[in-house]
Every structure is written in structure tokens, then in C-alpha cells.
Design a protein around this ligand. Sequence first.
Ligand code: SF4
Ligand code: SF4
Length: 395
Amino acid sequence: MQYRTDKQGNRLSVLGFGCMRLPQKGGKIDMEETEKELMAAYSEGINYFDTAYIYGGSEAAIGEIFQKNAIRDKVFIATKLPQYLITSRAGIDKYFNEQLSRLRTDYIDYYLMHHLTDIAMWEKLKKVGIIEWIEEKKKTGAIKNAGFSYHGNSDGFIRILEDYDWDICQVQYNYYDEHTQAGAAGVKAAYAKGVPVIIMEPLRGGKLVNLLPESAKKIMSESGRGWSPAAWSFRWLYDQPEVTVVLSGMNSMQMLEENIKTATDSGIGDLSDGDREVLEKVIEKIREKEKVGCTGCRYCMPCPKGVDIPGIFSAYNIMFTESFSQGRIQHAQTVGLTKEPSFASQCVGCGKCEKHCPQGIEIRRMLKEADKALRPLHYKIGLKIARKFMYRKTK
Ligand code: SF4
Ligand code: SF4
């Protein structure tokens, strides 16, 4: 196993264990299998375990297994505050104490604000006193490091990053998503600020393995590298010094073994120009299914009316490369749930963006098409309810 360091000099395994979907049996976490996998991961050098308040039963399972095997002080636990449920400072304490009890510990190594999509969410937490709360917990040692996990666009990510002295951040990032969500711009900004970056969705929820077109798999196998589609994804990440830990939800021993092998064999600067060309060709194959040839370069931004052009096109494309629902989820996260929404319907047709698009995309026409597909009536109703809940008043 290889290790990269955090701000305090802790050595974190480059491969982290994502505990969102632990092995199941009879509708419950299979504790026997979970223990086998977590302990195998630990004995192979994995020391970073990621969970969250809302990952059904995950915190309690980890707590039980780490206590039983007496390894709590030998591993790093990252868990997350369900910030979307917080309306008061007392609420923060309530969830935090419950998490300590579930995890059978009196401190959390990395405590993250879960699923921020916008600076407004962070501002809301600040209003209920989160900064003072974090500082207090750090003083007592109940929290060792504070951070946030993020799902909005790169501008929002950078605003949150710059607003506080974070110890860590967590973003979705993979070779296909190089320019979506926080993207390379966000990852590089965090690195420049000295904030370690934890990567989630290295395989885009398994899609870069399961939904990879046959033509793309062929390009990978003809490269002669002998790497699996998953290994290509991990190697692209490990190659970058900006990446600290890559999370993987490994729910079989075979997957665990393969991922450990990749994490052991690869490192910063290992990808050759030829390897990068292979991945570019793979991306082209995936993109053949896309509706808009948007590369996410952002030359068209900012739009004077606040339309998130690349965010909308990315979500629209996901509808065709993955599924309609996945595209709409992405659209909600990056476009619809931000404090100031950035819908295609806000476009007034000024044409400024089209002058800057190197791909020659008819942005105005494509925005209309994307909006129609992305926002059917049921989506609009659901989003309205979600926004009401998210932006309700704090005490
Ligand atoms: S045409 Fe529409 S999307 Fe493009 S810059 Fe003008 S308002 Fe924004
Ligand atoms: S300039 Fe064109 S390719 Fe680049 S993000 Fe905007 S629409 Fe996409």
C-alpha cells in the first residue's frame, strides 16, 4: 500500500474503504462478511474508512467491528454531519453524539459537512454556529480534522474552499468527470491551498466498468497494458499529486484484492502520454452516446443570466450515457438545488456564450432541448419541495 499525507502529517492509504454499501444479507448488513472485508483491508494497509450518518447501519457496523478487533486507534474514520437536517446548534450536537455512540469512539478523525452543493448551504451552517462548534470540538479533541463533501459545480466548490481553513475535502472525480462538479479546477485549487482531496465515485458508481461500451473496452485491452477498466480509472487518479485518497466501496474480496494491487503498483506520474491517449479515445467512445459535444471547458461562462451551461449539458448527456434518472439527479445537484438556481430557462438568448465555444455548439438551441428533457413536470414539483425543505429558516 502507498500512503499520502494530510495537513498534520498523518499517513493515509491512497486507497480508502468507502462504507456506503456494505455487504448485505436478508436486507441487513452482513456483519460476518463485512468484518472479513474490513479486516482484510486493514491488514493490507488500508487505514482510511469513510462513512456517513445516513449510510444505513454503516457507522454502527464499523464501530462494532473496530471495537471487537481493537483497531480503533490504528485507523482513521471519516464520517459526515447530515447538514441538510440541521436547523440549530443543538441539532449539530445531537447528531454528532449519536455518531460517536454508533461508532463506539470518543473522537472522529475527519468530520465532514455532508453533501454541500452550494455556498448558501455553508452560509446556513455558519448561521447556526458551525465554525465555533468545529473550533470547540477540535480543542477538546473530539474532532481531529474538519472538512466537507461536495456535489455542486466548480465555482461553488472554490467559494466554499476559500471561505474556511479546511483540513480536508471530498469530491466526485474520475477521468470521465474531469470537468464536471468540482472537477480538475476544484481539485487543483484545493491542492494549491494545501487541503487534502478525498475522491469519491472513482468509477462513477461502477459505470466506468459496467456501462463502458465494448468499443472502449477494446481500446483498453489493445493498449497492451493489461489493466482492467477499474484499474485504468484508479491509475488516472493515483497519477495526480493533487489526489490524497481514492475511496472505493469494495463489497467483494475479489474487488478488494484487485484494488489493493492497483494501489500498490501505481503512483504519481506513472501514466505515460500513450496511456492518456488511450483514455482520451475511451472518453470519445463514451461520448458517442452523448447528445451535446460539450467538453466542460467553461469558455462560455459566466452567463450574464446565471445559466450553468456546462452543468446542464453534462446532466443532459448523462441521461443518454447512463439513465434518465441519473441525469436528472445530477441536474438537481449541480443546477436545481443551488440557492440561486441556474436553469436553462433563465437564458434570454443574448448569444454571448456561443461566441466563445470552441466546439461550435448551438448553445441556445441545445439549452432549450436539454431543459425540456431534464425538467418534466414531476421533476419540477419534486425540486420545489426539496428547495422548500433545504432553504427553510434556521433557529
Ligand atoms: S445566450 Fe443564454 S446562456 Fe448564452 S450567455 Fe446569453 S443568456 Fe446566457
Ligand atoms: S464553451 Fe462550449 S464546450 Fe466549453 S463548456 Fe461551454 S458549451 Fe461546453
